[in-house]
Design a protein around this ligand. Structure first.
Ligand SMILES: O=C(O)[C@@H](CO)OP(=O)(O)O
Length: 248
């Protein structure tokens, strides 16, 4: 049996401001840093001693990982970064307030943009300053491959090759593995691991900064999964994420 831990970054500045974030490289808030440290403490108390960590190229996930590893006295382990673990690209919604967008376009449209499997948000236009083409983080992404907007299906398709080629073999080799990523890149992984339908994934929300443990069999099929921490607080945090798309 293997254990894999998934951790969404702590609260970011744009989580706090309730803005669509995607590939925008925003900082953690003080609360987000506290969540990251607490996640590290919970993992330490639960006895985790990671050999390797995977994360995105976005600082809210990277800083969460550093803070959690510091609590675990594990800053020295191998850390691999990939844009394939980035948040889903939110296209032209990036920067907009979610509640204001719901007031303007309707809550049903915002639910479709936020949670449906195959409805992409409106794409970024050529020349939009929010397109990070040319950023050194994305040197291995050809301009033609650079996402302008992604639905969750697109995120699954760009993430799964990294899972199959890099992360899964590491877990099978017996390395204790931590993935620190984003709400929707982790939803992509959970959809795959739990074989959730395109309908079931709509209702899945992942809270910031709470470790999610997966127990996997020899074929890396989940036998159990659970969050670490207080059940009522976790339920409240999950409901809070779902509510972000309501009109104010
Ligand atoms: O804005 C985003 O990039 C994501 C995560 O914060 O938001 P949502 O939960 O609306 O998909």
């Amino acid at each position: 049996m293997y254990k894999l831990v998934l951790l969404r970054h702590g609260e970011s500045v744009w989580n706090l401001e309730n803005r669509f974030t995607g590939w925008t490289n925003v900082e953690l808030t003080e609360q987000g840093r506290t969540e990251a440290r607490r996640a590290g403490q919970q993992l330490r108390e639960a006895g985790f001693a990671f050999d390797i960590a995977y994360t995105s190229v976005l600082k809210r996930a990277n800083h969460t990982l550093w803070l959690a590893l510091a609590e675990l006295d594990r800053e020295w382990i191998q850390v691999e970064h990939s844009w394939r673990l980035n948040e889903r690209h939110y296209g032209a919604l990036q920067g907009l307030n979610k509640a204001e967008t719901a007031a303007e376009y309707g809550e049903a449209q915002v639910i479709a943009w936020r949670r449906s499997y195959d409805v992409p948000p409106p794409p970024l236009a050529d020349g939009d300053e929010r397109l990070a083409i040319g950023d050194a983080r994305y040197a291995d992404l050809a301009p033609g491959e650079f996402p302008r907007a992604e639905c969750l299906k697109d995120t699954v398709e760009r993430f799964l090759p990294y899972w199959h080629d890099t992360i899964a073999p590491t877990i099978r080799a017996g390395k204790s593995t931590l993935i620190v990523a984003h709400g929707n890149s982790l939803r992509a992984l959970v959809k795959y691991l739990d074989d959730l339908s395109d309908e079931a994934i709509v209702d899945l929300n992942i809270p910031t900064g709470i470790p999610l443990v997966y127990e996997l069999d020899a074929e890396l099929k989940p036998t159990a999964h659970y969050y670490l921490g207080d059940e009522a607080a976790i339920a409240e945090a999950i409901a809070g994420v779902a509510k972000q798309g309501r009109a104010a």
